[in-house]
Structure formats: C-alpha cells, structure tokens
Design a protein around this ligand. Sequence first.
Ligand code: ADP
Length: 412
Amino acid sequence: MSAQIQYMSMLRPGVFENGCASLGHRMRRSQFGKTVLEYGAAVLLVSGALVSSLVIQRYFPYPFLFLFVAAVMTAAWFGGPGPGLLSVVLSTFAVDYFFVPPHYSLAINATDTAYFGAFVVCALVASWVSASKRRDAEALRDARDLLEARVAERTAELANSIAEREEAQQGLVQAQSELAHLSHAMTMGELTASIAHEVNQPLTAVLNYGNACLEWLSANPPNLEEARLAAETIVKDGARAAAVIGRIRALFQKQPLSTEWLDVNAAIQELIALLHHEITNRHVSLRTELAANLPRVKADRVQLQQVLLNLIVNAMEATDNINGTPRQIVIRSLLQNDAVISLSLEDNGCGIPPGTAEKIFDPFFTTKPHGTGLGLSISRSLVESHRGRLWAEDRPEGGSIFRFTLPIESHS
Ligand code: ADP
C-alpha cells in the first residue's frame, strides 16, 4: 500500500498533496488505531501465555516458557519491532516473577541467572527474527504492488501507442489511395485529346445520319426504308458514345477494389480501343499476342487497366526519341500455369537506365524532366493488392519488358 501511495504521489504530486489533505488526516487516525491494536495485542498475547503457562505449570515439573516465546514471535510478526520488544519486556517480568525462583518476586537466584538470561536472549532473537521476516514480507508485497501499478501504466501506454499506429496506418492507406487517384488523373489528363476524339467520332456520325434521316423523311414521297436505316445507325452510334463515356468515367473515378471474374484479353482490347487515336498520333505500332485459352481471373477491371495504361504510356514515352526504326509495343498474355496468368508489355525504346531495374519502382524515381515517378510504384502496389508481381527486364534486342503475374483467384 505504502509503495502505491508513493507511486501515485510521484505521478501526480500536486493533486495528491492538495486534494488528499482529509485523506491524510483519516489515514493518520487509522494508523494510530492500528498502533494501539498492535501494542494491545502484544499485552494480550503475553497475558494469554502467562495464564496458559501457569495452568500447565501445575502438571509439569519444569517452568514451561515456550508459550512466551510464541507470544513474542506472534506480537513481533503482527506489530513489528515495537510490539515485539514490549512483549519481550512483559514476558521477562512475567517469567522472572512467576517462574524463576524465588517465586512472586523480581529477584533472581544466582543459580537461575543463566537460565533466565538464556530465555531473555531467546525472546529477543525470536522478536527480531519475526519482525524482520515481517518486514521482508511487507517489502515484497510493496514491490509487487509497485510492479503491478507499473505494468498497468505500461499496458495503458502500449494500448495508446497501438491506437496511434492504427490511426497512422489508416492515414497512410488514405494517402496512397489519393496519390493513386492523382497520378492516374494526371496520366489521363494527357490523354484527354485522344478520348475527346473517341467520343467525337460517334457524335459526328449521329449528326450526319440525323440530317440524312431528315432528308429521307422530307423527300416526296418520303423514303421510309432509308430513314429507318439512318435512325438505326443513329441509335447504334449513340450507344457507342455512351459506352465510351462510361468507360472513361470508370477510369477516372476513384473506386474501392471491386473484383469480378474478368476476361483479361477483353480488358486489354477495351483499353487499346480507348487509346487508339493517341497511339496512331504518336506513330507507334501496338501489337497484341493474346493467348486464346486464357481463363477468367478474379480481379478489379479498372485497376488492371490503370496498370496497363501506366505501362503503355511509359512505353510510348520510351520510344519517343528513337530514330530510324519503327516504334513498337507488344502486349502479350499467356497462361503461366493452372493458377497464374502472365502479362507482358515490350517496347523497343530507350531501355531501363542501367542499374535501375528495381529503383524505377520507388516512389518519385523519375528520369523524365516532367515525370512524377509515381506510375510504376502505384502499378506495383495495385498488382500486389491482387497478389501478383510486377517487374522489369531489359529486352535483349534493345528496349525493355515489363512483366506482371495475376493469380487466377487472387481474392477469396
Ligand atoms: P514517370 O513516368 O513519371 O517517370 P514511373 O514510375 O512511371 O514515373 O517511371 C519511373 C521511371 O522508370 C521512368 O522515369 C523511367 O526512367 C523508367 N521507365 C519506366 N518505364 C520505362 C520503359 N518502358 N522504358 C524505359 N524506362 C522506363
């Protein structure tokens, strides 16, 4: 208890000193009561030993003094050194008066001095041993209480730090998602012109066929068959424009992971269709070698297309400055084994800067004047969130190959 109080005052001294004045008063009073009880118990124990010894004396030829030693030990154990010493003094007088000849006198015969002296020494030693044992036991208990208080404090600190770490982790996940969205939006921003072109084509067709339809209808007599064909084309092109806009919306939106049983080849073709104009404008030849037997994989279509988009944009940029040879990009898909499909994107561009095959995946690593250095690191984290791997290799004929794997069932 004393250790706990000391510990509490150590933690919050002001509160303890000011706020606990009345508690201190009450504690002093109860301490006084306890002292009286301990000394009273010493007197009672010695009295009990005296009465019992006097009774035993009647049936026993020698003075029976062990009960006094027991009383001293008990008093010292429960009361400590003070009550222990009092019980030694009282026992000494009682033994001298009642049991050491001449009886009923405090005088001692010369022949009994040694015997009496041995008793006094015995009682003193018993008192000292008992009191010190008691002190040790109390010290042990105080140490245990202190340890418990410390453990409780450390546990609370640990719980706090775990809560803080969880909060920080949540912040990190949020930041990563913001970053992925930002980079994606930036990449997509560069492609806005090409996307506008994709939407413009069906819209122009809608306008042209709309005018033609009006003309067929206003002819005399109206050519209903041609008008119907023109109207059908309008509906088809309108639907195409809506589909293009839908795909763009899905690519721009920041969405949580939503997996589906995905036809990877179809997702690749869809993205290429979207980038068609940009690819043609940059005079890049993009070829695909897609395995026919590819099973569907459980993956997020938008995220997979984000990875491919980053890789295609990088490949186009890598081939920007090559002269003499045609700029080429090849996208391949194949079934690596029963559980994994493998995709690769190959270009004949400038190649990965020497010694940086791993470094290029670090966030903010870029060799481009206006690069962000985020595309590959985000792509790798997206692939890894599907439990796949993304890495880069040198292309033996010059240029680079980016490969990634996707487990067929990446999410349970
Ligand atoms: P950024 O394109 O903004 O630089 P990335 O993370 O996409 O960011 O790419 C990091 C770096 O990796 C690039 O700056 C470039 O040096 C290298 N890199 C990426 N793709 C290719 C590639 N197809 N060929 C050669 N180097 C590449």
